[in-house]
Design a protein around this ligand. Structure first.
Ligand SMILES: [Ca+2]
Ligand SMILES: [Ca+2]
Length: 579
């Protein structure tokens, strides 16, 4: 998510948070030896990042006995420009014995404990999916599913008003429609088609690429046990909402379903402001088309549970495409009376490309192929909600056997490899062994890391070249603790993790621990929230240190469905692909 405005109702909410003691603490750079706090599969590349000091040797010791099981020499010291810190790499990849360990260097505090074992990311992957379950609109979450996070239903969205910006002849302003279900987008309670697009696609792609992993992954969602994999049950909840956002009269798709302004920091059932569907846009129509075409393909094996679903989704996708072709410049313009997230996107050529790719796969039609395979200058290293072209490449590369012209997959594969080779070169040159450049530390930087990892995984799946997988592993390591703050950015996972995400239920539920399984947005030197975070300050302006574990920090510590999706994908990929 990138939001041009705070997701707080008012700046006063921060002051209120501070007053009620829910505030977090200002975090200084406290890390010593940095390591993935969840650990590694036995065959994985295993790296720690060590502050450069006098000693050039490191050990890995058994966490219980303290007995050394591995010794090695640290790599050369170099300053990482994203943190300003001089670091050295400890490589203990050849340690493959299952167990719990610490990395030690004489004169420095030991690393946190981590594991080597067969399933380091199983619980993480299930938890990252369950975070969506816990963010569902229009449903009561009982203790069987949600444990201590059980809550009454919020936002039935069965009486949603058509905003005047979305009015049409058959649906004038004030028309009441039903648009229930879906996921709350982020720390707020609104629902946005554009951000649902990349999020839902990424989860569908995860299933399409790693079905054996997800067929066995028990997530515990309300529908568990119904014969459909839990991940797909969760995705279905959002698809059920998305399909209602299409105007059946013309195929156009509303940009968002929203309050006029952000809710207070309250639980979902206490947020009862009127809801509106707002403006049909080109981006919404195309993201919707892409997701529905993908869903028609990925869910087809399960259509016995929902007869006719794939045909309905594909028809909806083609209707949305036709609307977009007829309205190629319907960019989002926030109405004067609406203050919530915009997901404004001024360039929709990439949305045309992605939707065309998915529709070409589904239909083989020349109209779609022409836009799906059109040449693109330059290299795009990873996708984002406003830059979705790589999602089409991923699908085309995956679906080679089903394309009318299989060579179109080869073209997509070349684009993926160009992106991955750029990332690989950065990873190899990085003192912190991370494909992130200094300029990648933007709003939602943790998802940039994981979307880059998703592209690296595609390259590994195409070439089986191990370094691509190693670079993806490094990105996951980074988000799980191998970073200059020594923090796992996933709530509930790791021995030192994000505690105070900008997330209404986490702040309003009266439970000390945050709702688990969410990836925090992460370091963001823009620090756009500094003006709203009264009494707490960022400890540093360095890109990789610009993080505030505080409920007030919408610019570094919000959570979002599009950020969790590559976490679900990459955790699964490493479990499914690691030799
Ligand atoms: Ca775009
Ligand atoms: Ca809480």
């Amino acid at each position: 998510m990138y939001s041009s405005r705070p997701r707080l109702p008012t700046a006063l909410a921060c002051a209120a948070l501070l007053a009620t003691g829910l505030a977090g603490t200002s975090n200084a750079a406290a890390a010593g030896i940095e390591v993935n706090q969840l650990g590694f599969l036995p065959a994985a590349q295993k790296l720690a990042v060590v502050p450069a000091g006098a000693n050039g040797r490191f050990k890995v010791v058994d966490a219980n006995s303290g007995k050394p099981v591995f010794e090695g020499t640290l790599g050369p010291a170099a300053t990482w420009d994203a943190s300003g810190e001089s670091v050295r790499i400890a490589d203990f990849s050849s340690l493959r014995t299952a167990g719990n360990y610490r990395v030690t260097v004489a004169g420095q505090p030991d690393s946190p404990v981590f594991a080597i074992g067969a399933d380091p990311y199983r619980a993480l992957d299930a938890g990252a999916i369950r975070a969506y379950t816990l963010n569902r609109a229009s449903i009561a979450l009982d203790a069987r599913v949600a444990g201590q996070y059980a809550r009454p239903p919020g936002h039935p969205d069965d009486k949603v008003l058509v905003h005047e910006s979305a009015a049409s002849a058959k649906r004038p302003a004030g028309t009441v429609i039903k648009s229930p279900k879906g996921w709350y987008d982020a720390g707020d309670y609104n629902k946005y088609i554009v951000n649902s697009g990349i999020s839902t696609y990424t989860l569908l792609a995860a299933y399409e690429h790693f079905p054996a992993w997800f067929d066995k992954l028990a997530v515990n969602v309300p529908e568990s046990g119904n014969g459909v994999p839990d991940l797909l049950n969760e995705v279905q909840w959002n698809l059920d909402w998305m399909i209602t956002m299409q105007d059946p009269e013309d195929g156009g798709v509303y940009h968002k379903l929203t309050n006029k302004s952000f809710d207070g920091m309250v639980m979902p059932d206490r947020a009862t402001a009127p809801r509106y569907v707002v403006q049909k846009t080109t981006a919404a129509a195309l993201d919707f088309a892409a997701v529905m075409a993908t869903a028609s393909r990925v869910l087809a094996p399960f259509d016995a549970k929902a007869p006719g679903r794939s045909q309905r989704y594909l028809a909806a996708a083609e209707n949305a495409w036709r609307w977009a072709v007829a309205h190629p410049d319907a960019l989002y313009r926030q109405p004067a009376d609406i203050q919530t997230g915009t997901y404004g996107d001024e360039k929709v050529d990439d949305e045309f490309s992605w939707a065309a790719a998915e529709l070409y796969i589904a239909t083989g039609k020349d109209e779609y192929r022409a836009r799906a395979v059109a040449a693109v200058p330059g290299v795009q290293t990873s996708p984002g909600w406003a830059d979705v072209r790589p999602l089409g490449w991923i699908s085309l590369a995956q679906q080679r056997a089903h394309l009318k012209k299989p060579e179109d997959a080869d073209n997509a594969r070349r684009q993926i490899l160009a992106a991955a080779d750029t990332l690989l070169a950065r990873w190899q040159a990085s003192p912190a062994r991370l494909s992130m450049e200094k300029s990648d530390f933007v709003w939602g930087s943790n998802a940039v890391a994981l979307n880059q990892a998703m592209m690296l995984v595609q390259a590994y799946r195409i070439t089986k070249k191990t370094d691509y997988l190693n670079a993806a592993q490094s990105a996951l390591d980074y988000t799980l603790g191998r970073n200059p703050l020594g923090i796992s950015y996933v709530t509930g996972f790791g021995n030192r993790s994000t505690q105070h995400p900008h997330h209404r239920p986490s702040e309003a539920d009266g439970i000390a621990a945050p709702v688990p399984g969410w990836l925090a947005g992460g370091p963001n030197p823009g620090q756009q929230d500094a003006k709203d975070c009264h009494g707490v300050t960022y400890a540093s302006k360095q890109p990789a240190l610009s993080y505030l574990d505080h409920g007030c920090s919408y610019a570094s510590n919000e959570i979002a469905i599009n950020w969790n999706a590559p976490l679900v994908y990459v955790a699964a990929a490493l479990q499914a692909l690691e030799r």
